[in-house]
Unconditional design. Sequence first.
Length: 135
Amino acid sequence: MMHSFFTSGLFWFIEGVLATLTVIALKLWMEDRGTPMPWWKWALAVCWLLGLGLTIAFIGTSLGENERRAAGMGGLIFGTIVIVAGVVVWRLLLISAAGSEGLSAAGSEGLSAAGSEGLSAADSEKHCSRSDDKS
């Protein structure tokens, strides 16, 4: 009876909802931290999320077909790969603003920009308000 759940449409619906909520939570969390999210960080996060989803799908469909050994081995192999990749992606997502500018669309000029060119709008407002307070 439990095996039929993994092959039902409800399982895939729940997995899609959880993936969507994960992406929304990541976006809000990164905004709260002030960590920039250029396109390459989003691409890494989406690739990792797809890998996690495929791992869950493999385990679920294997269980749905009464292939417990395949589900266990796939969970062990793919799960390990997804966990290691998740740690690497997590570390890359937390790169500071100064380190991530060089990898953004601006190219290598972002690393050499020491002035206000390399600052985001929020950083510029902080710097402007500090200089206004000192006058």
